[in-house]
Design a protein around this ligand. Structure first.
Ligand code: PEP
Ligand code: MG
Length: 875
C-alpha cells in the first residue's frame, strides 16, 4: 500500500503536529471543535522531505493523491476546480511543525483564470472583487512560484494610481483592476515567455512545489538556525477553500491575540481591515482598525469571534494568535497558533494561567522558551524602534544583550573614554587577556575574528555584556583606528549599536531598555527548581561573578578558570613573569608573587559560596593568549626580570607554537613545571582551611580540577603533586579538610580511556568547548570563517560550539560517563563547556544522567528552566 501523503482537515488533530505541521494540525483541531473553518487538506511534512529526496520532484504517487484530494474537496464544498459557474478557489499555505512567521510562502485565490473570473464577475454582481482577486493571484503566483520580481507589478499599480489620481488600492475600480490584470499577464508573458497558466491543477502543483521549495529559501535557513529548527522537519502544505474578505464593506480580514503579546495582560488584542485580503494586514499598506471597532460595525460577528477566542484559549491552555476572515458578515477562522510573546509577557501569562486554574505549575514551566529569558536578564533595544531600523551587518550572537556606544579600537581607549563617562563599544580584530580592563569599561564588544567560544565570547558572557563576534565582513585598520563595513567607513567616536542576542550590528544609537527582574520570574524559577533533576552550577572566575551566579540560582561553582584571575593589568605582569621564566628559580620567584593573589581570591570565592561546592581548575592558558605582544609590555617585563629586551624576545620566540590550542597548555604545563601545580594547590588548600576555620558550620571541600588530560599517567603525575602538597598543608594547619581531585574530560582520548582515568578521578567535568574542537578538528577561534558555508550546504545545521553535537561529541560523552561510572561508582559528572548553558544541549545532558551543568552567571536561569523542561518531557 502506498504511503498516505495527504489528510483532510477532518482526518487530523492537534496531536499530529509533526506530520501535519502546526497550521494543518490546528486547522484540523478547529474543525474537530466545530469552529467555522473553510475546509481543505494538508500535504504532510513527510511529503516535503520526500520531495527533496526525489530531487525536488512530486512523485507519481503523491501527484495522484493530490488529484484525489482535490476531488474530495470538491465533494465537500460542492464546488469544482475550473468550473466557471461554481469555481473552487483555494489558498496554498506553508506550515512547519513550529511556526516560522513570514519565512515561507503563501498563495491565495488559486483556481482563477480568464473564464472563471469573467463568470464570477457577472454572477457575483461584484466585478471589483472578482478582478481584485485575480490580479492578486497573478501577482502572488508570479512572485512565489515563478520568482518574478514583485516590483514589476507594484510599479504598474503605482502608475495606475497616479494616472487615476488616487492614493489607495481600494479606490481602484473593477475596470482599473481588469486593466491591471491584463498588464500583469502581459508582463508575465514578456518576462517568462509563456502565458499565465490557466489550468487550476497546473497552478496547484506549481504552488505546492513553491511552498516545498520555500522551506529551503535563505530567510528560512537563517530563521531555522536562529531558532533551533532542524532542516529534516520539512514543511507541510495546506490547501484550503478560499473565503473572501475583499467582497466589499461587509467583508474583511484580521488577526488577534487572546492576550497582549507585549505585556501579557488579559485582553484581546487585534486589528482588522474591511474589504481586504490577508496580505494587506501584514503588508501594512493600509492602517488596520482595532478589533474593538468590529463590535460597532458587525456586532454579531464580534460576539462570535469573542466566543471562539475563549474556546480556543481554554482548549489549548495557551495564548492564541489567530487569523480570521469575514465573508459577507460570516466569520471564518483561518488559523490559530500559540502566540509569540515577549519574555515579560511569557512569564506573566504563565503565572496568570496558573492563578486562573487553567494549567499546572509544571505546564507553566514548559510554556516558556528558556532562551527568551535573555531579554529579561540583559538590556534590550526598544522593540518598536528596532523594527524600523535596518542592520548594517550580522555576525555571531556571541553574548546576549544590547548596547549603543562610540567606537574605540583599543582597550586603553575604552578605559579612558569610559572614565570620562562615555558609552563605548570596543571593536577589535579579536580580544585577548590584556583587553580585560577595556572590556570592563565598554558596553559591548565587536570582533572581526573568533567563534562562539573565543576569548571575547566567553569573557562577555561571564561579564553579562553584549558581544557580536566573527564579523568577517569588517575590513579592519586598527593602526589607523578605522574600519569599513557595509560600504562605509567607521572612525573612532562614531556611534554604533550591537545586539548580542541576534548578532546584528546597527549604525547610530538605538534606545535601550534596562534588564528588569520581575516577581513572575522568581515564581517560574522556583517552580523550575521543583522539577529539575540536573544540578546547576556557575562558571565564574571572580568572587563577584560567583555572587552573581548564586543570586541567579546557581548551586555551586562548576568552573573557575584560574588563568582568568590574572587578566587584570595589575596581575598579568606577574603571570607573564612566570610564563617567561627560563629557570626553575625564576619561575618559583614569579609563582611566589602569584600565590598570595590566588589565595586571597579563593578565600573570597569560598566565602561567596557559603559552603556550596567549588570546582577550581588549574592553569590552562593557551600561551598565545598570554605572552606579551606590544613593545611596551615586552620592555616592562624585561625591566622587572632584569633581562634585556632581546632575551625576553628570545623567550617569547621559544614559546611560539603553531597550534597553541593543541600546545603547551592544560596539565601539560604542570607536568613540565610541577611547581605551578604546587603553588596552586597551596593557594586553594590554604584558602579553604582559612574559610573552614572561620565558618565551622560550612563544609568547605574544594574540587581541584586538572585540565586537558588525555592519559591516566598524566593525571596521576599531577594528582600526586596535588595530594602531596595538600596533605602537607592540611597536616600543618592541624584541622581536617576534605578535598577532591578530578579532571576535565575534553579530549577524545580521555573519553576513550575514561575507565582508566576514573580510577584516579573523584569527578569528571566535560570541557565541551575543547572536546568539540578536538573531535571535529575545528579551531575554536577560526571555525566561524567556514561554518557559514557548512550551514548553506546543509553539512551542519548549527554551530557545534553552541549546540552540542549529539551524534559525535555526544557519543564520546555518553561513553565516557558509562566507562567512568563503571570503574568508579562514586564519580560525579558535570559539564562546564559553553554548552552547559544551552537548552537543547542541557536536554541531552539530562538524558545522559549527568549530575550537573555549569554555565556563566547570566545563563544560570536559562539552564534552570531548560533542565526543568528536560526533566518534565522525559518523565
Ligand atoms: C572547555 O574546554 O569546554 C572548557 C570549559 O575549558 P576552556 O573553555 O577554558 O578551554
Ligand atoms: Mg578547555
Amino acid at each position: 500500500m502506498s504511503k498516505k501523503w495527504i489528510y483532510l482537515f477532518k482526518e487530523g488533530d492537534t496531536s499530529m503536529r509533526n506530520l501535519l505541521g502546526g497550521k494543518g494540525a490546528d486547522l484540523a483541531e478547529m474543525t474537530k471543535l466545530n469552529l467555522p473553518v473553510p475546509q481543505g487538506f494538508t500535504i504532510t511534512t513527510e511529503a516535503c522531505t520526500q520531495y527533496y529526496k526525489d530531487g525536488k520532484k512530486i512523485n507519481d504517487d503523491m501527484f495522484e493523491q493530490i488529484m484525489d484530494y482535490i476531488t474530495k474537496l470538491e465533494e465537500i464544498t460542492g464546488k469544482k476546480f475550473g468550473d466557471a459557474d461554481n469555481p473552487l478557489l483555494v489558498s496554498v499555505r506553508s506550515g512547519g511543525r513550529v511556526s516560522m512567521p513570514g519565512m515561507m510562502d503563501t498563495i491565495l485565490n488559486l483556481g482563477l483564470n480568464d473564464a472563471v473570473v469573467e463568470r464570477l464577475s457577472e454572477k457575483s454582481g461584484n466585478p471589483r472583487w472578482a478582478w481584485d482577486s485575480y490580479r492578486r493571484f497573478i501577482q502572488m503566483y508570479s512572485d512565489v512560484v515563478m520568482t518574478l520580481d514583485k516590483k514589476n507589478f507594484e510599479t504598474l499599480i503605482d502608475e495606475m494610481k497616479t494616472t487615476k489620481g488616487i492614493k489607495e488600492d481600494v479606490e481602484l475600480n473593477a475596470e482599473d483592476l481588469q486593466e491591471l490584470t491584463q498588464q500583469f499577464k502581459a508582463i508575465f508573458k514578456s518576462k517568462l515567455g509563456s502565458d499565465f497558466p490557466s489550468d487550476p491543477k497546473e497552478q496547484l502543483i506549481g504552488a505546492i512545489k513553491a511552498v516545498f521549495r520555500s522551506w529551503d529559501n535563505p530567510r528560512a535557513i537563517v530563521y531555522r538556525r536562529d531558532n533551533d529548527i532542524p532542516y529534516s522537519w520539512g514543511t507541510a502544505v495546506n490547501v484550503q477553500m478560499m473565503v473572501f474578505g475583499n467582497m466589499g464593506d461587509t467583508s474583511g480580514t484580521g488577526v488577534a491575540f487572546t492576550r497582549d503579546p507585549a505585556t501579557g495582560e488579559k485582553r484581546l488584542m487585534g486589528e482588522f481591515l474591511l474589504n481586504a485580503q490577508g496580505e494587506d494586514v501584514v503588508a501594512g499598506i493600509r492602517t488596520p482598525q482595532p478589533i474593538e471597532q468590529l463590535k460597532e460595525i458587525m456586532p454579531e460577528v464580534y460576539a462570535d469571534f469573542i466566543r471562539i477566542c475563549q474556546t480556543l484559549e481554554n482548549h489549548y491552555k495557551n495564548m492564541q494568535d489567530m487569523e480570521f476572515t469575514i465573508e459577507d458578515k460570516k466569520l471564518y477562522m483561518l488559523q490559530t497558533r500559540i502566540g509569540q510573546r515577549t519574555a515579560f509577557a511569557a512569564l506573566k501569562i504563565a503565572c496568570d494561567f496558573v492563578d486562573e486554574g487553567l494549567i499546572s505549575k509544571e505546564q507553566a514551566v514548559t510554556m516558556i522558551n528558556p532562551r527568551n529569558l535573555n531579554t529579561l536578564l540583559h538590556p534590550a533595544f526598544d522593540a518598536k524602534i528596532l523594527e524600523k531600523t535596518k542592520p548594517i551587518a550580522k555576525a555571531l550572537a556571541a553574548s546576549p544583550g544590547a548596547a549603543s556606544g562610540q567606537i574605540v579600537f583599543t582597550a586603553e581607549d575604552a578605559k579612558k573614554w569610559g572614565e570620562l563617562g562615555k558609552a563605548v563599544i570596543l571593536v577589535r580584530l579579536e580580544t585577548s587577556p590584556e583587553d580585560i580592563e577595556g572590556m570592563k569599561a565598554a558596553k559591548g564588544f565587536l570582533t572581526v575574528r573568533g567563534g562562539m567560544t573565543s576569548h571575547a565570547a566567553v569573557v562577555a558572557r561571564g561579564m553579562g555584556k553584549c558581544c557580536v563576534s566573527g564579523c568577517s565582513e569588517i575590513i579592519m585598520d586598527e593602526a589607523n583606528k578605522v574600519f569599513r563595513l557595509a560600504g562605509k567607513e567607521f572612525h573612532e567616536g562614531d556611534v554604533i549599536s550591537l545586539d548580542g542576542t541576534t548578532g546584528k550590528i546597527y549604525e547610530g544609537e538605538i534606545p535601550t531598555k534596562e534588564a528588569e527582574i520581575v516577581d513572575e520570574f522568581e515564581r517560574i524559577m522556583d517552580w523550575a527548581d521543583e522539577f529539575r533533576v540536573l544540578g546547576i552550577r556557575t562558571n565564574a572566575d571572580t568572587p563577584q561573578d560567583v555572587k552573581k551566579g548564586r543570586e541567579l540560582g546557581a548551586e555551586g561553582l562548576g568552573l573557575c578558570r584560574t588563568e582568568h584571575m590574572f587578566f587584570e593589568q595589575s596581575r598579568i605582569d606577574a603571570f607573564r613573569e612566570m610564563i617567561c621564566s627560563d629557570t626553575l628559580e625564576e619561575r618559583e620567584e614569579a609563582l611566589a608573587k602569584l600565590l598570595p593573589l590566588q589565595q586571597r581570591d579563593f578565600e573570597q570565592i569560598f566565602e561567596a559560596l557559603e559552603g556550596n561546592p567549588a570546582t577550581i581548575r588549574f592553569l590552562d592558558p593557551p600561551l598565545h593568549e598570554f605572552v606579551p605582544t606590544s613593545e611596551e609590555d615586552i620592555k616592562k617585563l624585561a625591566k622587572t626580570k632584569g633581562k634585556s629586551v632581546n632575551d625576553i624576545k628570545d623567550i617569547i620566540n621559544s614559546l611560539h607554537e603553531f597550534n597553541p590550542m593543541m600546545g603547551h597548555r592544560g596539565c601539560r604545563l604542570a607536568v613540565t613545571y610541577p611547581e605551578i601545580a604546587k603553588m596552586q594547590t597551596a593557594a586553594v588548600i590554604r584558602a579553604a582551611l582559612a574559610v573552614q576555620k572561620a565558618h565551622l558550620d560550612w563544609e568547605i571541600k574544594p574540587e581541584i580540577m586538572i585540565p586537558l588530560v588525555s592519559e591516566i599517567k598524566e593525571l596521576k603525575v599531577v594528582k600526586d603533586i596535588v595530594v602531596k602538597t595538600a596533605e602537607a598543608e592540611i597536616a600543618a594547619a592541624g584541622i581536617d579538610l576534605k578535598y577532591e581531585v578530578g579532571t576535565m574530560i575534553e579530549l577524545p582520548r580521555a573519553c576513550l580511556t575514561a575507565n582508566e582515568i576514573a580510577k584516579e578521578a573523584d569527578f569528571f567535568c566535560f570541557g565541551t568547548n575543547d572536546l568539540t574542537q578536538m573531535t571535529f578538528g575545528f579551531s575554536r577561534d577560526d571555525a566561524a570563517k567556514f561554518l557559514e558555508s557548512y550551514y548553506e550546504d546543509n553539512i551542519l545545521e548549527s554551530d557545534p560550539f553552541v549546540k552540542v553535537d549529539q551524534k559525535g561529541v555526544g557519543q564520546l560523552i555518553e561513553m565516557a560517563v558509562k566507562l567512568g561510572r563503571k570503574n568508579n561508582p562514586a564519580l560525579h559528572v558535570g559539564v562546564c563547556g559553553e554548552h552547559g548553558g544551552e537548552p537543547s544541549s542541557i536536554a541531552f545532558f539530562h538524558k545522559l544522567g549527568l549530575d550537573y551543568v555549569s554555565c556563566s552567571p547570566f545563563r544560570v536561569p536559562i539552564a534552570r528552566l531548560a533542565a526543568a523542561q528536560a526533566a518534565i518531557s522525559n518523565k
